[in-house]
Design a protein around this ligand. Structure first.
Ligand SMILES: [Zn+2]
Length: 292
């Protein structure tokens, strides 16, 4: 499905990113005839005009860039721009041949949490293209953890990799190095350190990892109650640390019986290439629809 991938560092500033995209397109055009271009990007995307309308702090100046218009005028090819979590969801759903299902929810567990919702094979984007911002579901009223978005106690402040580290640090409060070797790493604690310590039997790390599963399960239960999906597909850098039996069990415990008995949480299959396959898939499917 993917014949070649090419990675370049993200340049600083919108115009330089566009130059880099244009260079990539020219590189692939040397040996191939390109029929269309799919772009998956962070941020809230108005897909009709192909513009990032809600930006991510990681890409300053990206908001307001008329990406579709610029790349189409440079290449004279059809371009579709999509939010990365939505593109990934579309790609995973298409790959697993689940496009005929009622509702598939793809959850990306990484530094944050991204969610893509596919209804009847189509990306559900909401009225203002912002549906799926479920990483910011509220998990608590206690103002315990500030999210990167500026709100308190969002799901991703608990269920992401960053959330796991916060949980680890909370559990390490007043813990001595004799009780847990992780206490020596408080200042530089990482998800990797917690995972390795848990695998080595460290009791604090094991508890942090179990709590992380509970936090992920709480968000999934809210989504299950809202959408009653056919299944959840889990992807992202943190998904490799998921114990699926435990996650299914913990989510069922937090869900109404009728929904719990049909709960299906499994690993996605495409991983990092899901977004690019999804963005390309949308372009291919749109072109096929125009022809038929
Ligand atoms: Zn948030």
């Amino acid at each position: 499905l993917v014949s070649e991938t090419r990675t370049v560092p993200t340049p600083h500033g919108a115009s330089h990113i566009i130059d880099a995209i244009h260079e990539l397109i020219k590189y692939f055009q040397k040996d191939s005839v390109i029929a269309g271009i799919g772009i998956a990007t962070a941020g809230i995307v108005n897909v009709e005009i192909g513009e990032v309308v809600g930006s991510t702090g990681n890409l300053p100046g990206w908001e307001g860039t008329p990406l579709k218009k610029i790349i189409e005028s440079q290449t004279m090819l059809p371009v579709h721009v999509e939010n990365d979590a939505n593109a990934s969801a579309y790609g995973e759903c298409r790959q697993a041949q689940l496009s005929n299902k009622e509702c598939i929810i793809v959850v990306t567990l990484g530094t944050g949490i991204g969610v893509g919702i596919i209804l009847h094979g189509k990306v559900f984007r909401g009225a203002h293209y912002a549906a799926g911002e479920c990483g910011h579901l509220k998990m608590s009223l206690e103002h315990k953890r500030l999210c990167t978005c500026g709100l308190w106690d969002c799901w991703e402040a608990y269920g992401s990799g960053r959330g796991l580290v916060s949980t680890g640090l909370e559990l390490l409060h007043n813990v001595s190095p004799e009780q847990s070797a992780l206490a020596l790493k408080k200042d530089t604690l990482t998800t990797q350190a917690i995972i390795e310590a848990a695998q080595g039997g460290d009791i604090i790390a094991k508890r942090a990892l179990h709590n992380w599963h509970e936090h992920v399960a709480s968000g999934l239960a809210s989504l299950a109650h809202t959408f009653d999906p056919d299944c959840f597909l889990i992807t992202g850098g943190m998904s490799q640390f998921v114990d699926y039996n435990l996650l299914n069990e913990l989510t069922q415990d937090r869900t109404l019986p009728r929904i719990a008995e049909n709960l299906d949480i499994r690993p996605a299959t495409l991983g990092r290439v899901g977004g690019m396959i999804g963005a390309a898939g949308i372009v291919i499917d749109q072109m096929a629809k125009k022809i038929s």
